[in-house]
Ligand binder design. Structure first.
Ligand code: AMP
Ligand code: AMP
Length: 361
């Protein structure tokens, strides 16, 4: 495991006047690069050649490094190049989707804006649940084995897979039937049966509040809120129920995009307490707690109970709805604040206060 003192040694050699913000070219990179540039940083994009068009049309990357595969981030040559460019990496969903937790914690010798020690708590479902429960959040019930299913559950595979291969079941029998269907459709394999996580399905609307935990200001800010646009589940209402039964549709949750949300105002105090408590608990589990962006994935039921089913301890792509301004960022900062820029602002302030080693670890 790479420690913060390993990274501090790397930072010591950095020319901090030429500090650059870098990330993988996907997910929320435009958000991150725009924010970096607005705060005066240079930007470095690690990119697949086929996606280069995005950075031509939106010229936000000062430096392009082409890779065949994002796992090339683990190569010593590439890491040396990033260190030479004085890069602080901003982790996002593609880091956790295409690299393993161990690769990120043990083999990435480039300063990263975020707490590496927390990655382990985030990646492991059991530990994540323990963290959130200890923070006092309400979680959907979980079931150890398909035989215990006594209500509507959502069956999930570990890892950020955009909900591909998720399915619903309301009894042990329906679980087995649906599981076999998913295998037959090639969405799951037989071996996945032991890895499926069974969670009570909370019936309500999805709300994804995004927070920013500022180590420099010792505060957790509510900055943005979104909901997701998922295929095929969000299109099922277009087919009459009778047709659905006939073709046996099974909802999948492949993420395609996001919508901004403003929440009923009386729900905000609880969401704010939740954000504070999650960071406070993280401070105990892995000091200094969450560094920078995080998002709680929640369902709010019709009796206004907020169920949290997951946390992402990094920027989520849902904050892209706030590029420019989101209502919540506006309330605190006025115009033109958003997650990518908030990250750059924190790095700038850390640099000014000579505390870069507290946030780039
Ligand atoms: P990608 O590089 O687009 O494959 O994104 C990496 C991972 O991040 C995906 O596997 C998704 O789970 C997640 N992701 C990407 N875009 C979004 C989005 N707009 N909203 C939520 N999650 C996303
Ligand atoms: P995830 O990949 O964990 O973000 O989940 C994908 C989608 O599944 C979410 O957008 C939710 O709509 C849905 N979902 C996940 N867990 C639950 C749950 N416990 N109750 C209701 N819906 C859920």
């Amino acid at each position: 495991m790479i420690t913060s003192s390993d990274i501090a040694k790397i930072l010591d050699k950095y020319d901090t006047r030429k500090l650059a913000i870098g990330t993988l070219g996907s997910h929320s990179s435009l958000n991150i690069f725009k924010g970096a540039k607005e705060e005066g940083f240079r930007t470095v994009c690690i990119c697949k050649e086929k996606d280069a068009i995005m950075y031509k049309k939106f010229p936000l990357a000062d430096e392009m490094i082409f890779v065949k595969d994002f796992t090339e981030l683990l190569s010593e040559t590439l890491q040396e190049k990033l260190r030479k460019l004085n890069v602080i990496l901003i982790p996002h969903g593609s880091f956790t989707a295409y690299l393993s937790t161990e690769q990120l914690t043990d083999s990435l010798y480039v300063p990263m804006f975020g707490n590496r020690a927390l990655l382990h708590w985030e990646a492991n479902r059991k530990e994540q649940e323990e963290w959130l429960r200890k923070a006092g959040l309400r979680l959907p019930a979980t079931f150890k084995s398909p035989d215990e299913i006594d209500r509507l559950v959502i069956a999930k595979l570990p890892g950020a897979k955009g909900g591909r291969g998720y399915f619903l079941a309301n009894s042990p029998e329906s679980f087995r039937r649906k599981f076999s269907e998913m295998v037959a459709r090639g969405l799951l394999s037989e071996d996945d049966v032991g890895r499926v996580h069974l969670q009570e399905y909370a019936l309500g609307v999805n709300v994804y509040p995004s927070y920013f935990s500022s180590i420099i200001n010792d505060d957790v800010e509510l900055l943005a809120m979104d909901r997701r646009y998922e295929s095929a589940v969000d299109s099922m209402g277009k087919i009459p129920a009778s047709e659905q039964l006939e073709i046996g549709v099974n909802p999948t949750y492949t993420i395609v995009g996001n919508f901004p949300i403003v929440l009923r105002e009386s729900l905000l105090p609880e969401l704010m307490r939740m954000g504070d408590n999650v960071h406070k608990k993280a401070q105990e589990l892995a000091p200094p707690g969450i560094i920078g962006p995080f998002c709680l994935e929640t369902v709010i039921t019709d009796d206004l109970k907020i169920y949290t089913f997951e946390i992402s301890a990094r920027i989520v792509a849902g904050t892209n709805v706030g590029i420019g301004t989101s209502p919540y960022a506006y309330l605190k900062y006025g115009e033109n604040m958003y997650m990518g820029r908030r990250i750059a602002l924190e790095l700038k302030e850390a640099l000014r206060q000579k505390r870069l080693n507290e946030v780039a670890v």
